[in-house]
Design a protein around this ligand. Structure first.
Ligand SMILES: C[S@@+](CC[C@H](N)C(=O)[O-])C[C@H]1O[C@@H](n2cnc3c(N)ncnc32)[C@H](O)[C@@H]1O
Length: 420
């Protein structure tokens, strides 16, 4: 198969969720694929058609960068062989850059010719990362060897190094490696080594802007990271034809990402008037700062999630996504944790019955619910009681995926469901 159609997705810290998101997108777009690489951090697929990688990188919340396979080697081949190959790749791209048409990007080119300089200092920059293939001491030595060999050929080269095995995406962009250099990764699959060239990276500046520059931030109830909000919407398959609901909208992170992805109509509700006010100001900020957005009908309403049918018609919503109430934001003792768990379990039993009424038949929902002190609070019977059907996200008995950061008291358990 054509090498250009072997893509490798570099997964963010919640590997399983990030991989599931890619699979959902492939299914939604009806793209057949074959998996050739699956580690915790990397997901490699072969596809018959060229993927619009920049668009996909923008769309995916859980993928940090996307690469294309540039070469394969056998593991027992000496490092020099890899080095030789890398020089070949770099030289080839140097030749192609020499005949490039105006406006064509000069990715991976070597510029010793001063008239054709792509970086301020005129050097070709590259980085070499390893995922489980070569130790960090050896990868640095290999990078330096390649640099020397290229210099011996009269090339002006800089090796961009990192203290860890992988260069950060921030550094990939800041060093201009996507446009005027090459960010390369070596990984192992069985007895073979794969060389992967980065072709797109996550827009970290935009995520950080959306996360921190919006006017209303609710640190007490907590805010979902925008990347996770986007990932949830991809898992639930939101598209431009859908009426969308977040019944615990808080300050509007999920609503914001739904607007950016596109929906026919967007509804946010929350029991707290302050949360609705925050959502309003955050969405106004979004409208002002993302002026290309096509703005659908947006409704924000104050309502408890147990009483939504007072405001919304039955069978009126195509997609639901929410991060529910996670319990008080204080450390709980064992007894308090038991009481809160019971309270939340009862809350969600009622909420899921209500959501089952509002959701259209064939509609889908995704819920982020708390695990407090390692104890999941959601009772799977809520699906049976409400008539909703769980779509298992994982092969574990609860069929859920977890989003957690080290040391967090409250972890997030994610459930996907549908109405049949
Ligand atoms: C964890 S926050 C959601 C945060 C939101 N995803 C965001 O990023 O801003 C949970 C929200 O649930 C709301 N809430 C709590 N109990 C509720 C209920 N019974 N019905 C509706 N909303 C409720 C709270 O006011 C809070 O805004």
């Amino acid at each position: 198969m054509n090498k250009q159609r072997q893509y490798v997705f570099f997964l963010g810290h919640s590997f399983a969720l990030a991989k599931k998101e890619i699979i959902c997108l492939l299914e939604q777009e009806k793209i057949g694929y074959q998996e050739f690489l699956a580690t915790d951090k990397l997901f490699g697929i072969e596809v018959k058609k060229t993927l619009p990688v920049d668009e996909w990188q923008k769309r995916l919340g859980g993928t940090v960068k996307i690469g294309a396979v540039a070469a394969e080697f056998f593991k027992d081949e000496v490092l020099e062989k890899i080095q030789e190959y890398l020089i070949g790749v770099a030289e080839k791209s140097s030749e192609s850059s020499a005949v490039r048409s105006p406006g064509q990007p000069i990715v991976g080119s070597i510029k010793s010719d001063k008239s054709n300089r792509g970086t301020k200092d005129g050097k070709f920059k590259f980085s070499l990362n390893s995922y489980g293939a070569i130790g960090s001491d050896k990868i640095l030595a290999l990078g330096l060897k390649i640099k020397k060999a290229l210099q011996a050929k009269g090339k002006s080269v800089r090796l961009v190094t990192s203290k860890t095995d992988q260069l950060s995406t921030v550094a990939v962009v800041k060093e201009g490696l996507l446009k005027t250099g090459a960010d390369l990764t070596i990984t192992a699959v069985g007895s073979e080594l794969y060389l992967i060239k980065t072709i797109a990276v996550q827009d970290f500046a935009d995520y950080s802007f959306k996360d921190y520059a919006r006017p209303s931030i609710d640190s007490k109830s907590g805010m979902l990271p925008p990347k996770l909000a986007k990932l949830l919407l991809n898992l639930v398959g939101l598209n431009k034809e859908h009426v969308f609901l977040d019944p615990f909208c808080g300050s509007g992170t999920v609503l914001q990402e739904a607007l950016l992805l596109g929906a026919k109509e967007i509804i946010g509700s929350d029991i707290s008037p302050v949360a609705i006010k925050d959502s309003k100001s955050n969405l106004a900020w979004l409208k002002e700062n993302y002026q290309d957005l096509i703005w659908p009908k947006v409704t924000l309403l104050i309502s408890s999630a147990q009483e939504l049918t007072k405001h919304l018609a039955e069978n009126s919503v195509d997609r639901i996504a929410f991060e529910g109430y996670l319990g008080p934001s204080i450390t709980l003792n064992v007894k308090q944790a038991e009481n809160v768990s019971l309270e939340l379990k009862n809350l969600y039993n009622v909420v899921f019955k209500e959501l089952a009424k509002i959701l259209k038949t064939g509609g889908k929902g995704i819920a982020v619910l708390p695990i407090i002190n390692k104890q999941p609070i959601f009772d799977l019977n809520a699906f049976k009681i409400s008539g909703l059907v769980q779509i298992k996200l994982a092969a574990n008995p609860r069929g859920s995926l977890i989003y957690a950061r080290e040391g967090q008291r409250v972890e997030r358990e994610i459930f996907l469901f549908t109405k049949v």
